[in-house]
Design a protein around this ligand. Structure first.
Ligand SMILES: Nc1ncnc2c1ncn2[C@@H]1O[C@H](COP(=O)(O)OP(=O)(O)OP(=O)(O)O)[C@@H](O)[C@H]1O
Length: 212
């Protein structure tokens, strides 16, 4: 299954962030979206996820406009956004269990603990989300990734921000494993992070904006 976007344009207020943007991502490919602050990386990921509408153009998954079958598309999607989508009152380990369940995967508490451990935050597993730092929340949100191999399309907005070297290499490894399993990944990062495998291409929104 392939992700395609045709002739996308994005308006924010009275400003056009990009236009005439075509995107294609095949199984086993990662598309790294780069660009200065405010060029529209998050806006593009939200459009690709079906969370925002483009002012022009369309997004297709497996050849079908995602607006025609939104539920089917969402079942194929793992969207990781800036806000982490965690519930403040849940414990960290419960958050991993529930966010995995929302994405269709039932996991045991010990699996959630192991995933937190690999991201270096097992010690906060019994704390409620509201008591965590921003970096800890991010790790809790990322801890679901090992359980998302069944959702082929991963759209990851700044997955490496606020992580230390060990956690970055762990997340890069998870992305690489997903690509090895024919997953598709579109991600943003301001950091230069090498993926251990997969075919990575770069989409530079600075260049798109300059041409648009
Ligand atoms: N809801 C909104 N209404 C109006 N303008 C918005 C809205 N959301 C974002 N913008 C503007 O659109 C532009 C692009 O924002 P976006 O978050 O997509 O950029 P980005 O490339 O992801 O930036 P960063 O690297 O800082 O995360 C910014 O100028 C932002 O202020």
């Amino acid at each position: 299954m392939t992700l395609q976007a045709f002739q996308l344009a994005c308006l924010r207020g009275d400003r056009e962030l990009f236009s005439q943007l075509d995107v294609t991502v095949h199984p086993g490919e990662a598309l790294h979206v780069v660009g200065n602050n405010g060029t529209g990386k998050t806006s593009l990921l939200r459009i690709l996820a079906g969370l925002a509408l483009p002012s022009e153009g369309e997004v297709r998954w497996a050849g079908e406009d995602i607006r025609n079958a939104p539920m089917a598309f969402r079942s194929q999607l793992n969207y990781f956004g800036h806000l982490n989508a965690l519930k403040d009152d849940l414990l960290a380990w419960e958050s991993v269990v529930i966010s995995s369940a929302i994405l269709g995967k039932t996991i045991r508490p010990d699996e959630a603990y192991s995933a937190l451990d690999l991201l270096g935050v097992q010690h906060i597993a019994e704390l409620p989300v509201h008591a965590l730092s921003q970096g800890q929340k991010k790790r809790v949100a990322l801890a679901r990734l090992p359980f998302c191999s069944h959702t082929p399309l991963w759209l990851l907005d700044e997955p490496f921000a606020a992580l230390d070297e060990l956690a970055i290499s762990h997340v890069a490894g998870l992305i690489g494993r997903h690509l090895d399993n024919n997953g598709l990944v579109v991600y943003t990062t301001h950091q230069e992070v090498a993926l251990p495998s997969g075919n990575r291409r770069v989409l530079d929104l600075n260049a798109v904006a300059a041409c648009g």
